[in-house]
Design a protein around this ligand. Sequence first.
Ligand code: AGP
Length: 596
Amino acid sequence: MCGIVGYIGNEDVKETILSGLEKLEYRGYDSAGIAILNGNGLHIYKDKGRISHLREIVDFSINGTLGIGHTRWATHGKPNQINSHPHQSSTKRFTLVHNGIIENEEELIIEHLSDATFESDTDTEAIAQLIQKFSDEGNSTDRAIRYTLGLLEGSYALAIIDNENPEVIYAAKNKSPLLLGKGNGFNMIGSDAMAMIHHTNEFFELQDKEYAIITRQDIAIYNLQGRKIERETYFGELDATDIEKGTYPHYMIKEIDEQPFVIRRLIAAYQDEHGNLKVDSDILNQIRECDRIFIIACGTSYHAGMVGKFLFERITKKPTEIHISSEFVYNTPIISEKPLFVFISQSGETADSRAVLVKVKQMGYPTIAMTNVKGSTLYRETDYQLLLHAGPEIAVASTKAYTAQIAVLAIVACAASDSCNFNMLSELSIVANVMEALCDNRELYNELAKEFLTDKKSCFYIGRHVDYYTCLEAALKLKEISYIQTEGFAAGELKHGTIALIENCTPVIAIITQEQINLNTRSNIREVRARGAAVITMSLKRISSEKDQIVIDNVHEFLTPLVTAIPAQYLSYYAALQRGCDIDKPRNLAKSVTVE
Ligand code: AGP
């Protein structure tokens, strides 16, 4: 998704904006640009390509203390120089960057801008032209912006410069993420805290249909009617060191390695001084009083939700459904009398999930966000929140957030149950130790990836029971960073059609952790081997056979998805590495999908 950085202060703005944009690269983008306002006017540098390319075209002799920058993930108009942001109004007085989609752009152009000329194919340019129009009609910049915002339908996060007022940057937000950073003698705008963390850790939330007037000394927030809104700042959880790669070549392998420590952090975060589970009692009451839990999520979070369904039903005996966010909105199932909605989202900004939240809130149902980002949209707009404490996850491929989600689901299920017959926290401590041993064994996965995956075009993960959920997640990991077409399959389903795709040397990775389906899955292994498949078997030690290539130390049967994820993550990492893929920023993908 697009990234926005803005700065107004007393220091030269170029490096602050450019390095801020670099901290947002993980969101995925195809072009970048920066605008700097100084006594000699406005200077814009923008082009298709990476920020490293933008650095080459910026004139570093130009200095200024007010600027905005943008990384674009193309939605309207292909990635090229003209469509890159910033965009300007026809007189070049107003310059802005935008994250989101204006859904009524065409109607606005017909109704208000029929005689305007446009340079780009973007919806963003229409916003600049509208501000210009209302300004030309004699309105102040403040009013011109508010009138424009009042006409926009859809999502936007905006940073706006008025050439004729070098003391102010304007910001506005609706649905797309935007944070305001409070500094000492300077203030900032950012799509998230990471863009600003090297300058400030104190932020103002900007909520939907609000806008801000930002000077070097002050941040003033208003609603679209121009009424000032008093709001307290908050301090983010981020630490600048959290978002550095350190000695790692990629964020993804750093984040895979962090998982044992994340689990240990969660054990501490959800434990009271007596060593018992500590979960917000209101949340536990909601779980106990509802008649059905609806888990809503996308992608990897959806796969964590599948394990969550299993855990809630096994441990709390509560009927639980799991739904893909983008399906639920338009294909809404029958909802029970007393539902509880649980939104699982690493970023807390996924537009598909937020769309469901808006819908179920209108229905008056209770909502819980399980997210890694405090202050994110889903965090702010739900009734209750459960943090993942996984630390910033920067690689597009989600790893530590996935296992953190499962761990928190397990903790909450156990805490809500009056018959949980095992000590979840001590079982999770065992999981952390097993994870650590798996991370230490990474060379094995490198060798297996080289032997079985790197030069292949397709791959299958097969499993049953909770192993099937891991197969879906493992398949997503492999395909999204190595671009190998991979399917996660219920092993018992293979014979109903898909086994037709198995041919000589087709890689099949079988995952077996549950006693009751051990022999069944092993017979599926024999079926695919008989058709020429090259099989990797991943099993739990207590049911392993001597030929299994990946054997995982024993953990509680309910918690095996936490450990089987690790080898799968490494296999995808090494396959992608050997294939020369852009591991942290895979093609076409964004870390946080903030458009529907
Ligand atoms: C997972 O590796 C992907 N990056 C993607 O599927 C992601 O899980 C999905 O977009 C949901 O994101 P969220 O957890 O931030 O809502």
